[in-house]
Design a protein around this ligand. Structure first.
Ligand SMILES: Cc1cc2nc3c(=O)[nH]c(=O)nc-3n(C[C@H](O)[C@H](O)[C@H](O)COP(=O)(O)OP(=O)(O)OC[C@H]3O[C@@H](n4cnc5c(N)ncnc54)[C@H](O)[C@@H]3O)c2cc1C
Length: 436
């Protein structure tokens, strides 16, 4: 009976990190059980990349690590062991061909995240790991030379079990990999259980915040611009009036504020600044390719060439239509003013607005809506060469449960796969020759 067997390894969580860890250890001959609380593994993986799964990125290692600041050093070894080319080759060997898209992003050629999930799950099983779904681990306890893994039936049963739903299921293993993911998109099963389990074992767990999250802005400007997407703009994050970070690319206005790639990139810094009670402002440079002098010359040319046109009409050559009323309002230049009557002072105001269109950030969307959770098991208590706990021999961590997060672009999944791989192979090595 499952409940009485002592496994070599129990992996908790059937995401990319957990499946990779389980397959790795099972492939080395260890009796491995993977417990997943949802009815099937890889639910978050299935929705990743808008259902297309941005698996990794072909950035070189140093650039890749740059997307993980400040946790980059911790991941170096895991990436040395198993990096993007290894992952691409790994999936290729499973029949998942990949393509490289804009920004070095790697996707399955099928554009189908489900294909990735199916291939990974099948591989994990072929390696010899037993996958049990609908079982949620609640607690981990270090027992004499082994681990007691206390679990419970969660949700729909895959098959009848000889226990009542409310009965705890005691399972034993010589080693454990905790790979329960973060706290966002709880419908995928990632509900932060691993943070509680790790804290219960005395591990320090840093505070969880949303990373890669849309931001709320003051007033009704964003709502009035809802649906507007700005491309090739520069977004500056101002904290207490100082430029703290910037990003170039695309952003989107929503009914509550702003979203889109460059907003997500800067969002964790905004979240942390807000948490610190600091003033957070987004400044959009709508004409980043033009310096102030060049932009002023362009505005002069436009005004001279179309002297009889009204200011509002003239703006159509400079801005998307929906931004025109906002520009008129915020620059203080009447929409019906003829171009030839616009003063040098007004032209300056327009130029400054085009280079520095500001939105005050008042908050952020909830953690449940974040692409990634920042915070987690503190890295100082985990050995980066093995992913083993520095507090408890035989306990390993992998994936987003760690205090690791990165930009969008395939970096987060690569981190999950690489740390999962390392945790699985380290657990196998430890099982061969346990050392405290
Ligand atoms: C909408 C969205 C899109 C994304 N797109 C991308 C992308 O394209 N590229 C990219 O690099 N990253 C992307 N990410 C981030 C990426 O999906 C995650 O970082 C990654 O899935 C983390 O892997 P993991 O294995 O650590 O955790 P998860 O994938 O979260 O898996 C953890 C698993 O553990 C299970 N579990 C939790 N608690 C328990 C318990 N108590 N007992 C048993 N099982 C448990 C969960 O059910 C879950 O299946 C996206 C995230 C979201 C939300």
């Amino acid at each position: 009976m499952m409940a009485e067997e002592v496994f070599d390894l129990i992996v908790i969580g059937g995401g990319p990190a957990g499946m990779m860890a389980a397959g790795q250890a099972a492939g080395r001959g260890f009796n491995t059980l993977l417990l997943e609380k949802m009815d099937r593994p890889g639910r978050k993986l299935r929705i990743s990349g808008k259902g297309r799964c941005n698996l990794t990125n072909i950035d070189d290692l140093d650039h890749f690590l740059g997307h993980f600041q400040p946790q980059a050093r911790f991941l170096r070894h895991a990436f040395h062991q198993f990096f993007s080319e290894d992952l691409i080759q790994f999936f290729g060997s499973l029949g998942v061909e990949t393509v490289v898209e804009r920004g070095g992003r790697v996707f399955p050629a099928s554009s189908d995240a489900q294909q990735v999930v199916d291939a990974l799950r099948a591989w994990t099983g072929r390696q010899g790991a037993v996958i049990r779904c609908g079982i949620a681990v609640e607690k981990l306890m270090a027992a004499e030379a082994s681990w007691l893994v206390q679990a419970r039936v969660a949700g729909r049963r895959q098959r009848p079990l000889p226990i009542a739903d409310e009965d705890p299921i005691p399972l034993h293993a010589r080693a454990v990999v905790l790979a329960t993911g973060g706290s966002s998109y709880p419908g995928t099963g990632s509900t932060g259980d691993g943070y509680r389990i790790a804290a219960g074992l005395g591990h320090q767990v840093t505070v969880q915040r949303p990373a890669l999250i849309p931001l709320d802005t003051a007033g009704d400007v964003a709502a009035r611009l809802e649906g507007l997407s700005l491309r090739n703009v520069e977004l500056n994050l101002l904290v207490d009036g100082h430029r703290q970070a910037h990003a170039f690319g695309e952003m989107l206005f929503t009914h509550f504020g702003v979203s889109g790639p460059i907003v997500l990139t800067l969002s964790l810094q905004a979240v942390d600044a807000l948490r610190g009670g600091r003033e957070v402002v987004l400044s959009i440079d709508l004409k980043p390719a033009l310096d102030h002098g060049t932009l002023d010359a362009r505005l002069l040319r436009e005004l001279d060439a179309h002297g009889k046109r009204q200011f509002g009409t003239l703006l159509a050559s400079l801005l998307p239509r929906s931004l025109i009323p906002v520009c008129v309002e915020q620059s203080g230049i009447p929409a019906d003013k003829p171009a030839h009557q616009i003063t040098a002072e007004e032209r300056k105001r327009l130029r400054l607005w085009l280079k520095d269109f500001r939105l005050i950030v008042t908050g952020h969307r909830p953690l449940a809506q974040a692409i990634v959770t920042a915070g987690g098991v503190a890295l100082g208590e985990v050995d980066p060469r093995t992913m083993q706990s520095r507090l408890h021999p035989g306990l390993f961590f992998a994936g987003e449960v760690l205090d690791v997060n990165a930009d969008t672009g395939g970096y987060n999944l690569q981190a999950a796969f690489s740390t999962g791989r390392l945790a699985g192979s380290s657990a196998a090595r430890w099982l061969s020759a346990p050392a405290t």
